[in-house]
Design a binder for this molecule. Structure first.
Ligand code: SF4
Length: 238
C-alpha cells in the first residue's frame, strides 16, 4: 500500500486550478528549511481505494477550474512503484496529473513516468553541486541527467525555485541557477521561504534549524525575481 502521510483537498499552490495534493512519505534529501518534516516521521499507509475516494470527491472542481491531482511529498518518486500505482489510477479517470519533485532520485522508467504525468514541478534549489551534496544530500549529476531525460521526452516542466535566504538568494547563486533554467528553456515559479512548518517540528520533537531565519521582504523577493528576469528567465503562469 502507498505510504501517504496526507491528502489535501482544495489545494491551490501545487499546480494549475483547484487540486487535490497527495503527499507521499519519505525523502532522500534533508533541506534544513523543509516545511513538511512529517514526511520523515509519519509512516501512514493508505489503500489505493482510500486515496481515490478522496481524489474523486472533487472531480467536478478539477474540471471546472482546469485543476487535477498533484502528487507531492516528501519525494514522491522515491517509491517509484507506489507512485506509478497512484498515477495510473488517477489517469484512468482522465484527471490531470502533476508531480512535485526534487528530481534527485534514480528513476527506473522515464517512458512510463512521462506517459502518466502531465506536468512536472521540478525544484531547483541550487546550481552548486557541493551545496546540493553537503547541505541537502542531493546529487547534481543525477538531477541534470534526469532533467535531460524529461527534455528528451518533451515533458512539460516548470522549475520551482524556493527562495531561501543566504542559501540561494545572492547574485552569485542566482546567475548559475538562471543559466540552468535558460539551458533547459522551462519557465520558473518562485516560492519565498516561510516558517509555516515551525509548529510541526515542535510537535514532532525535531529541531528546526531555520526557526529564527528572517523572512524575505517583498522588496527583496522582487529584486531576486528581477535578477532572474534580467537573465531571460520567464515566470510560469500557474
Ligand atoms: S526535498 Fe522537499 S520534502 Fe525533501 S527535505 Fe527538501 S523540502 Fe523537505
Amino acid at each position: 500500500m502507498p505510504n501517504v502521510f496526507n491528502i489535501q483537498n482544495f489545494s491551490t499552490g501545487d499546480g494549475r486550478g483547484i487540486r487535490t495534493t497527495i503527499f507521499m512519505g519519505g525523502c532522500n534529501l534533508h533541506c534544513p528549511w523543509c516545511h513538511n518534516p512529517e514526511c520523515f516521521a509519519n509512516k501512514k499507509e493508505l489503500s489505493i481505494d482510500e486515496i481515490m475516494k478522496k481524489v474523486l470527491h472533487d472531480i467536478d472542481f478539477y474540471e471546472a477550474s482546469g485543476g487535477g491531482v498533484t502528487i507531492s511529498g516528501g519525494e514522491p518518486l522515491l517509491r517509484f512503484n507506489e507512485f506509478i500505482e497512484i498515477a495510473e489510477k488517477v489517469k484512468e479517470k482522465g484527471i490531470n496529473l502533476t508531480v512535485d519533485t526534487a528530481l534527485t532520485v534514480n528513476i527506473p522508467d522515464f517512458d512510463k513516468l512521462t506517459s502518466l504525468v502531465d506536468t512536472f514541478l521540478v525544484d531547483l534549489k541550487t546550481a552548486d553541486s557541493d551545496k546540493l551534496k553537503y547541505v541537502i544530500g542531493g546529487n547534481f549529476e543525477t538531477y541534470l541527467s534526469n532533467l535531460k531525460e524529461l527534455k528528451k521526452r518533451n515533458a512539460e516542466v516548470i522549475f520551482r525555485i524556493p527562495l531561501i535566504p543566504d542559501f540561494n538568494t545572492n547574485e552569485k547563486d542566482i546567475r548559475p541557477m538562471a543559466d540552468i533554467i535558460n539551458e533547459f528553456a522551462y519557465p520558473a515559479s518562485f516560492h519565498p521561504f516561510h516558517r509555516m512548518g515551525s509548529s510541526k517540528y515542535a510537535e514532532l520533537g525535531m529541531n528546526y534549524l531555520y526557526k529564527d531565519v528572517p523572512l524575505l521582504t517583498n522588496e527583496e523577493v522582487k529584486a531576486i525575481k528581477q535578477l532572474y528576469f534580467a537573465s531571460g528567465v520567464k515566470e510560469a503562469e500557474i
